[in-house]
Design a protein around this ligand. Structure first.
Ligand SMILES: NC(=O)C1=CN([C@@H]2O[C@H](COP(=O)(O)OP(=O)(O)OC[C@H]3O[C@@H](n4cnc5c(N)ncnc54)[C@H](O)[C@@H]3O)[C@@H](O)[C@H]2O)C=CC1
Ligand SMILES: N[C@@H](CC=O)C(=O)O
Ligand code: NA
Length: 442
């Protein structure tokens, strides 16, 4: 009997199954087809597409042999001639079951599914370890930018203390457009969907769930601990207004949705992890302020390497497919030559610090009664909680009088308590905007 995986020159072909043919899957199939000869040379064996699972068989798929299409991903991943499964469906079910079964039956898996990984890396990595196969996910964080492999491999001998940056392309696309020309939030979000940046449900983008999933993945790898999405403090950008961006400009800042993963060392020497996502003011001179559109950037601070910055396209079909193909080539090489990439490492098991303990800076803008003594009353709310004010500015007069306060660093719990107290003051008519300020040394 002939082995269907033996090609003409005798090298054993590597069978690939692609699950999902949306923004990313379509580009992966295109590159696999167009670059077949180069990929074969790099792997040392041909990569052969055994099948593509789609939800709707009636949708025309240009450039794909219809015989390869199936709407039964569970049958495709069970085939003996499939060595590597590329999961690009998204969401928890059915990818969780499909990936687990693929791994358990000895197939390596490449996925871009950060929502799944943020909660189930433990389960999937255990299945991969048990079957001695690879589970790769470079595309899951910051699209095309190599960040998972540098953290897992290049920095494996160093101590990472902080990983922070912009890891969601959709929200960065929206905030950049609002900042540049006052573009409308809803229209820009719709455009991000058309360009293939947004998640199938864009709530994941604008409410910060996607950035939080990525923060969980980054924190787990960086601090050798298991961090899930539930451990990540999260705020999205849906409440950011054009007025916030104008206020930011007045402070020589812009607004960015940041994902911050930090090793916090207490006075007793105990280490904890802070993982958090929120829109923040970023000074214009900070490198992250210049990251616009669907671009992402991640700044890593490691004890010996110092500061490293990774920058590039964080979303979109082709850029994301580039990262998927990189993983696919690695997994295929391992199938051909033997060996395996690293799986998760959780030996440090660091606890999570609650958001209230994290030291942040606040920007608070409020409408106030225009009369003597108001400034002292407002300042008193900050000082009574041990918070030092960095700058305070009065804008407007009469009915339009506003106070803008920027604090030094203080525990986040004390700052949010102060805002709640300010809202109750008779002299404060309304707190119109509260944002954290990042990217400063104060
Ligand atoms: N679009 C992007 O820029 C990036 C996406 N990702 C991730 O990559 C994955 C795919 O993203 P996109 O391609 O943008 O999503 P998409 O929504 O465009 O594509 C998913 C495809 O899977 C298909 N599908 C759904 N259920 C299926 C099933 N049971 N069997 C077969 N096919 C099924 C859908 O019909 C759709 O065509 C997601 O996990 C996403 O979070 C990661 C990085 C960037
Ligand atoms: N929706 C995500 C896609 C990439 O991960 C984003 O906008 O960043
Ligand atoms: Na990446």
């Amino acid at each position: 009997m002939t082995d269907s995986r033996i090609n003409d020159n005798g090298a054993r072909a590597i069978g690939v199954a692609v699950l999902g043919m949306g923004n990313v899957g379509t580009e992966v199939v295109r590159i696999l087809t167009d670059n077949a000869a180069d990929l074969q040379a790099r792997v040392g064996a041909p990569l052969e597409l055994r099948g593509v699972a789609v939800r709707n068989l009636n949708v025309p798929r240009d450039g794909v042999d219809p015989a390869l299409l199936t709407d039964k991903p569970e049958d495709l991943v069970a085939r003996d001639d499939v060595d590597i499964v590329v999961e690009l469906i998204g969401g928890i079910d059915p990818p969780r079951m499909l990936i687990r079964e693929s791994l358990q039956s000895g197939k390596s898996v490449v996925t871009a599914n950060k929502a799944l990984l943020a909660d189930y890396t433990g389960e999937l990595a255990t299945a991969a370890a048990g079957a001695k196969v690879d589970l790769y996910f470079e595309a899951a964080v910051a699209g095309a930018i190599p960040v998972i492999r540098p953290l897992m491999q290049s920095l494996a001998g160093d101590t990472v203390n902080r990983v922070a940056g912009i890891v969601n392309g959709t929200t960065n696309f929206i905030l950049s457009a609002m900042d540049a020309d006052g573009s409308d939030y809803e229209e820009t979000l719709a455009e991000a969907g058309r360009l293939g940046y947004a998640e199938a449900d864009p709530t994941a983008d604008v409410e910060g769930y996607d950035a939080a999933a990525k923060a969980a993945i980054l924190a787990s790898i960086s601090f050798h601990s298991r961090v899930t999405a539930l451990n990540v403090y999260r705020e999205g950008i849906s409440k950011i207004t054009a007025a916030d961006l104008v206020s930011a400009q007045a402070l020589d800042c812009t607004v960015k949705l940041l994902s911050i993963c930090e090793r916090i060392v207490g006075e007793d020497g105990q280490q904890r992890i802070s993982a958090r996502v929120y829109p923040a003011l970023v000074p214009l001179e900070h490198p992250l302020a210049a990251v616009n559109g669907a671009f992402n950037a991640v700044v890593v601070e490691a004890e010996n390497a110092g500061r490293l910055m990774f920058y590039g396209q964080g979303a979109g079909g082709a850029p994301t497919a580039s990262a998927v193909l990189g993983d696919l080539v690695m997994a295929a090489r391992n199938k051909v030559h033997g060996g395996r990439g690293p799986l998760e490492s959780t030996y440090a098991s660091l606890p999570i610090a609650p958001m209230g303990d994290v030291r942040t800076r606040y920007y608070v803008s409020m409408r106030v009664a225009d009369r003597a003594g108001v400034l002292a009353t407002v300042a008193g709310e900050f000082s009574s909680r041990g918070i030092s004010i960095s700058t305070v500015r009065q804008e407007g007069a009469g009915d339009d009088a506003r106070l803008v306060v920027v604090t030094h660093r203080a525990p986040d719990a004390a700052l949010s308590e102060t805002v709640a107290a300010l809202e109750k003051l008779e002299a404060v008519l309304s707190v119109s905007s509260v944002l954290r300020l990042e990217g400063t040394n104060e």
